[in-house]
Structure formats: C-alpha cells, structure tokens
Design a protein. Structure first.
Length: 186
C-alpha cells in the first residue's frame, strides 16, 4: 500500500515525535518513520491511528492509482511567491456521499461565472455549524435556494440570497448543504 503519511505530516508542520505522541496509544517516532517509508507494513489499524493523530480521514493517507496527485509548483506567502523548498503535491477533492456540487453560470455576489462550489449536506442537528455561512437548499418545484443562512428553526430556514439588494427568504427545507470548497478557474 502506498501511503501519503509523510506528505500529510509535513504539510501540517509536525515532526515524527509529535505524531507518535498524538497516537492513541502513543508510539515511537521510529515506528511512524518506518510506516511512512514502507519499511513496516501499514495495517488498517495503524492507518486509522495515524489518521486520528493527524486529524484527517484514513482515505487521505492512501494513494490510489486512479486518484492522481497534482504537483505544487509554487507557494504564496506574505513575502511573495516562491518554489516549494521540497516536492509537494495536493490531492484533488474526492467524491463523498454527503457532497453535492453547484456550478455558477453567471456572477452572483462573491461567486463568478465558472466557479464550482462543493457543499456538504448536514443533518438538522448540525445546522448550527452553517449559521452565517453560504448554504444550498432545495426549494419547491425542483428549484434550489443559495445564500447566507441567517436563522433556522426545525425545517424552516431564513436565507439572505447572494444577489445584491435581495430580501431574506424563508422556506421549509428537507436538508441544507453548507458551502465548504470553492473551485475557481482563473
């Protein structure tokens, strides 16, 4: 199994020792190093322990042949743009059952034509996490509403649409999905 443990650990700025201590139960830096380099076989148990220590999904630590990584060519920080000091790559978003996407065809508020917005469906008990964030919600007659979640009470929500000057809208919805990733072509 090819893993991305080292890449994820380094991206988070953690040392082998820090990851080892975060494991439950704690382990040694040497063990983490062996698991990273493949000199020790990574079992599902180890993968889950390390994923928990890094606060990521176990799937984020596995490289799959059909999920190619994209090389990072440059890093932007407060002093400007520079080549990364070491080889880096990022993994494109993966499909998950609770994810839905929205394509922006015409500029609306902060969103530009061509943007793709990835949204995560939430259970009603989790709506509080979406308060004052942009959400997608089904509306009557096969339509959808998108805007800032102002308030909710059970299945009734109040949204501020992204269109300038639009009045807040109240609607009854079976679910909402909070916008969590914006993909924008330049």
């Amino acid at each position: 199994m090819i893993t991305a443990i080292r890449e994820v650990r380094r991206a988070q700025g953690l040392t082998l020792e820090e990851v080892a201590i975060r494991c439950v139960p704690p382990t040694t830096a040497q063990t983490i190093g062996r698991l990273e380099t493949g000199t020790r076989t990574v079992s599902i148990g180890w993968l889950n322990r390390i994923a928990a220590a890094l606060a990521v999904d176990a799937a984020d630590l596995v490289r799959l042949p059909d999920r190619p990584d994209v090389p990072v060519a440059a890093v932007l920080d407060g002093s400007g743009v520079a080549a990364p000091r070491r080889a880096m790559s990022v993994t494109p978003p993966r499909a998950e059952p609770e994810l839905v996407a929205m394509i922006v065809q015409a500029t609306a508020g902060d969103y530009r034509a061509g943007d793709m917005v990835w949204c995560r469906r939430l259970a009603p008990a989790d709506y509080i996490a979406a308060l004052h964030r942009d959400v997608l919600a089904p509306a009557p007659a096969g339509r959808f509403a998108f805007g800032r979640l102002l308030a909710f009470d059970g299945d009734m929500i109040s949204l501020l649409p992204t269109t300038l000057g639009a009045a807040p809208a109240a609607l009854v919805v079976p679910w909402i999905a909070v916008a969590e990733r914006l993909v924008r072509n330049l």
